[in-house]
Design a protein around this ligand. Sequence first.
Ligand SMILES: [Zn+2]
Ligand SMILES: [Zn+2]
Length: 397
Amino acid sequence: MNEKQKTKSWIQRIDWINSLFLTLTPILAIVLTWAHIRFEGMNWSLMIPFIILYFATGLSITGGYHRLISHKAYKANPIVKLLYLIFGAATFQNSALKWCSDHRVHHRHCDHEKDPYNIQKGFFWAHMGWIMMKAENEDSISHSSHAIAPTEDLSQYPKDLTSDKLIMWQHRHYLAISVLTGLGLPVLIGYFMGSPLGGLAILGFARIVFVHHMTFFINSLCHIVGSQPYTDTNSAKDSPIMALFSYGEGYHNFHHYFQSDYRNGIKWYHFDPTKWLISGLQSVGLASDLKRTSDEDILRAQLKMEHKRLQDKRIAKGQQSGEIEIIEELASKIDHILQQLIIAKRQRNSSRTSHDQKIGQQIQDKIKALHTDLGMLMESWCKKTNSRLKFYVPKAN
Ligand SMILES: [Zn+2]
Ligand SMILES: [Zn+2]
């Protein structure tokens, strides 16, 4: 079968259902919106449900398909999960079973042949080309099924997903749920707002196209545009601008390095509506066990990257001086303190559960002392290297 697939021409490999769907939806969005404006006059009040559906369906992909189901970054109430599955289907990006299986393969084989949306094959491939073509090899689940008609061969999917009743319910009824929520609901809302055609055009097709491309950007531009503060072992990039267009997923370098963290933007001011939704759900008791990388681990990763860059620069310049040794020494001292802080904070957490106040106080004093040392060392590091990492120094408490 492989040999046969390899000899197929690119035309034979086109997935016509997916290709037609991705090509016709923008055309329908434009033609139907034009018809709505031409024959009914623009109904601006439709912008309110448009924004609500844009976020409800897009965040169901990022908060539900991605961070909850693919990465298990937190636990959600079954009602929340059900809503994610219903509104996620309305984006026409396939069932969660298929989407999440692909996504795990992307993380496992990022930038390599088995990566379904391998950016090394170019922007268009990573953005949508991979959806429009059939499989090149049997390892990729992605190319073998349609975005609007999932395959029924369940053996290729991860067991934790196939054993989940809600995920399987959505997978089995995917097409009906997608059509009812993605197109039926927009027509119904449009009907109650005086224009079923406007509803279909703007809340249905235009919203599908916008959500498609905003989420497709995560696989394409988020592997092209931005910086690499945590790792350069894969192409994922951090970009605050991309975060604006991808429901907060633009901090993709952080995500590829700390994939089980419920956040992508780690600072409170980082635009990450998916993170805000998850912490909001936690505050009303609908989400729990939010996984969060420690500040120490984040700083360690950043220091490692900065250190690597400095080394590369030095090699490029052919420098050799005592200054380099000072930086090396500082890096190893900071790393040592960060490791001690991680251990001390773990000890503090277990002393809290044992309610031993004396030990708890001793550990707290140790943490404060370590933190003071860390502050001084980081100051030296920043001066010596012109680094901005001082902004990421972990808090003492
Ligand atoms: Zn990625
Ligand atoms: Zn991911």
